[in-house]
Design a protein around this ligand. Structure first.
Ligand code: TPP
Ligand code: SF4
Length: 249
């Protein structure tokens, strides 16, 4: 008997196979998101927004209304859509450069204002689409195109701890977590809780997903997984940082 892979109903099959590099973590994150959209039965209410960066390769990934924005501007675009029609469930999908560098002011303001949107941010420790330059999430000592001797924190500063920052500035109804593509079930659980938080209208929701970029890391399969599991999770511990309190929907 032929066994077919279980593909989320919300995926757009006409655009598969997808365009990410082999071994890239984006596909796993979007699989988790697709499964969550199916399980919550919200495909007809979801609007998906993606940034410039490798995340833009997902502009036609789902069978939902989608918008691809300028670099760093996905958060305010999705805030605008949500404010225009609060019945919609909006997802802002971006890289660490898009969310923590050029778009950091938008993330800070949306989290502080408690906009009822979901931000899903992919932390692959580099600017991937442009060839692997240092990002806010590049780790101390990590080599990139622009830190060939490794990131020296005295020169290039310390990495951005995004979920820690968002959990500190967001309101009581916010949901904040950090997942990893190496722990798929947990990552999916966090994405589901983030979307449930938006559906219940409790507050801002934010999930950072630790992800792989073998192309720019220049790693083979084993090295890729080891870097994610051994190096990245030490610097960026996965888990829930904030769950909504006192505002049950
Ligand atoms: C306003 C503007 N500045 C710079 C760029 C060039 N640029 C394109 S993608 C990118 C970085 C992408 O990195 P990240 O957001 O981490 O996403 P990734 O590719 O790693 O998924 C940059 C700087 C641009 N397109 N627009
Ligand atoms: S360059 Fe990196 S992040 Fe971009 S698609 Fe390839 S593996 Fe994924």
């Amino acid at each position: 008997m032929e066994v077919l892979p279980k593909i989320p109903k919300s995926w757009n099959l006409e655009t598969k196979p997808h365009k990410f590099c082999p071994g890239c973590g984006h596909g796993l994150i979007l699989k988790a998101l697709g499964q969550v959209i199916d399980e919550l039965g919200i495909q007809d209410r979801v609007v998906f927004g993606c940034d410039i960066g490798c995340s833009l390769l997902s502009w036609d990934f789902f069978n939902v209304d989608s918008v691809q924005t300028h670099h760093g501007r996905t958060t305010p675009v999705m805030v605008g859509i949500k404010r225009a029609n609060p019945e919609l469930i909006v997802v802002a999908y971006m890289g660490d450069g898009g969310g923590y560098a050029i778009g950091s002011q938008h993330l800070v303001n949306a989290a502080t204002r408690d906009d009822k949107i979901t931000v899903l941010l992919v932390n692959n420790t580099n600017y991937a689409m442009t060839g692997g330059q240092m990002a806010p999430t590049t780790m101390p000592g990590q080599k990139t195109e622009t830190t060939p001797y490794g990131r020296d924190v005295l020169e290039a500063g310390y990495p951005m701890m995004g979920p820690e920052m968002v959990s500190a500035i967001s309101q009581d109804g916010a949901y904040v977590a950090r997942g990893s593509v190496a722990r798929f079930r947990k990552l999916k659980e966090y994405i589901k809780k983030a979307l449930e938080n938006q559906i219940a209208g409790r507050g801002f929701s934010f999930v950072e997903a630790l992800s792989t970029c073998p192309t720019n890391w220049r790693t083979n399969a084993e090295q890729t997984w080891a870097f994610l599991e051994n190096e990245m999770t030490k610097q960026y511990p996965p888990g829930e940082l904030k769950t909504p309190t006192g505002k049950e929907g």
